[in-house]
Ligand binder design. Sequence first.
Ligand code: E4P
Length: 219
Amino acid sequence: MKFFLDTANIEEIEELIPTGFVDGVTTNPSLIAKNGDDMAKTIKSICSIVSGPVSAEVTATDYETMLKEGEYLASFAKNVAVKVPLTFNGLKACKALREKNIMVNVTLCFSEAQALLAAKAGATFISPFVGRLDDIGEKGTDLIKNIVVMYKNYNFKTEVLVASVRSVEHLIESSLMGADVATLPPKVIHELYNHPLTDKGLKAFLDDWSKTGQSILPK
Ligand code: E4P
């Protein structure tokens, strides 16, 4: 399973790159606004430090401007994946951008029908939002399960990119269902490695080690 970072903050990305589990990055207009810096500068900086796909989202809603914005965003770097919303115009833009060999991430997916259309439009990634479905009382990861099955049934190449991830449980459930990618806020990444038995075990090892009076590196 690939991990993308769901942030537009360079420091957060830089901190996690040495771990080896940053396979890409996703941004959206809200994350760019939260980060506060110029959009083009931010996307170019991220692309210069991350070799995997970096999603940058169009903000137009009409087809022609979406296409122009998509081509412009793709000109920033080879690894830009243009994000388009799951609307009729977004799906048309997806098809046109894919024909130009530009990666496309179709975002704001909340149903199986939407996911089928994105695959038929040739999307590189489909982004179902699990957390926002949970927010309205549905079980977001049920959508992941169904999309994975549907795509397998027809051998669609579109990768299932789990978005709006709020918890470790979202990630684990999605990985058991066979999702290809999860985009994770750095906060969730830092929740993944914590376990009370790790802390307890480490403390016991270090206590015992200190009693030996030894040091691993020669003094
Ligand atoms: C990523 O592609 C999405 O834009 C993001 O995961 C949305 O997350 P949110 O629902 O927490 O805003």
